[in-house]
Design a binder for this molecule. Structure first.
Ligand SMILES: Nc1nc2c(ncn2[C@@H]2O[C@H](COP(=O)(O)OP(=O)(O)O)[C@@H](O)[C@H]2O)c(=O)[nH]1
Ligand SMILES: [Mg+2]
Length: 288
């Protein structure tokens, strides 16, 4: 039944929320991913999402590369393809994990089209969103953002900058959903995780993020615009794409909006970040 599908999605999120509030230091994820150099790579997994959403750092977090000396690699222009060994309990398999830039510029879209055109398409997608806390990599984008916010008559502040990014994120997700449907890749897709990243920056607002990213069980008309697209993409669970929407913090740090505003402080200690990350792994492990 429709409502149950979204109830389940909400329950999985709620578990992460609870662990973020009360970390259980003894908990361990049952799945391990490791970057490897050689070998076959079946089971392609794509990490999608807007520029600056946290895709590259999320991959580094997934393969456990984020230690005390970690420095984020900066803006990536091209598609990144990694051979990855996935170990769940006693079994292991190789996957290629492809980090694909956002869908809204031609350049970026080409990378995703190429992935779909391989004939097999991804078996799983981790779609990265970040509640408006995109790192504004590109000076051109920053200028467009400033122009559009000024034209709208809004003051330039955290709220208007985040709203601008959220609108872009929504448009990007719409394009992704359409491409998956039109290319037929949706029929091959076995799972989708919406990774609500950088949650260390907005943990105090996590309930509002949950309401934005998860369709409302039993009440389609109450969905947020993002929820509406997600509901359509997954056909309320009827198209056999397994779905989770979960918060994740790959790398806690203060956020620079990039336009001269005060930084947004991160709100996580190490135990909280580890607990939420572990839960993300547990969920990912169920799908692999
Ligand atoms: N606070 C916080 N910042 C993050 C997190 N993940 C990434 N970032 C920051 O966001 C920037 C962009 O991330 P990146 O993965 O390079 O974005 P991409 O363009 O989607 O690949 C990084 O340089 C980090 O500074 C996170 O979980 N929390
Ligand atoms: Mg990147």
């Amino acid at each position: 039944m429709t409502a149950d599908f979204w109830e389940d999605v909400s329950t999985t999120w709620a578990e992460a929320e609870q662990l973020g509030d009360q970390p259980d230091p003894s908990a361990n994820a049952s799945v391990e991913l490791r970057k490897v150099r050689f070998g076959r790579t079946d089971n392609p997994i794509a990490i999608t999402g807007q520029p600056g959403a946290g895709k590259t750092v999320l991959y580094d977090s997934i393969v456990n590369r984020i230690g005390p000396d970690y420095r984020p690699p900066g803006q990536s222009h091209n598609r990144e393809k990694h051979r990855t060994l996935v170990r769940t309990g006693a079994t292991s398999q190789r996957s290629s994990v492809i980090v694909v830039p956002g869908q809204r510029s031609n350049n970026q879209a080409a990378a995703f089209d190429e992935l779909l055109a391989t004939g097999s398409g991804p078996v799983g997608i981790i779609h990265t969103v970040c509640w408006g806390y995109n790192t504004p990599w590109n000076a051109g984008n920053r200028a467009t953002m400033l122009d559009e916010i000024t034209a709208s008559g809004e003051p330039l502040d955290d709220a208007s900058v985040r709203a601008w990014h959220l609108a872009g994120e929504l448009a990007d997700f719409r394009v992704l959903a359409e491409k998956l449907a039109i290319s037929g890749a949706l029929e091959r897709l076995r799972w989708l995780i919406v990774a609500v990243g950088k949650c260390d920056l907005f943990w105090s607002e996590i309930a509002a993020a949950r309401e934005y990213y998860i369709p409302v069980p039993g009440h389609p008309t109450a969905d947020s615009p993002f929820g509406e697209v997600l509901r359509g993409l997954t056909a309320d669970g009827k198209n056999d794409v397994r779905l989770a929407v979960v918060p994740i913090s790959s790398y806690s740090k203060d956020h620079d909006f990039g336009v001269g505003l005060a930084k947004q402080r991160h709100q996580f200690d190490a135990a909280q970040a580890a607990a939420v990350r572990n839960q993300f792994f547990t969920v990912l492990g169920r799908f692999l």
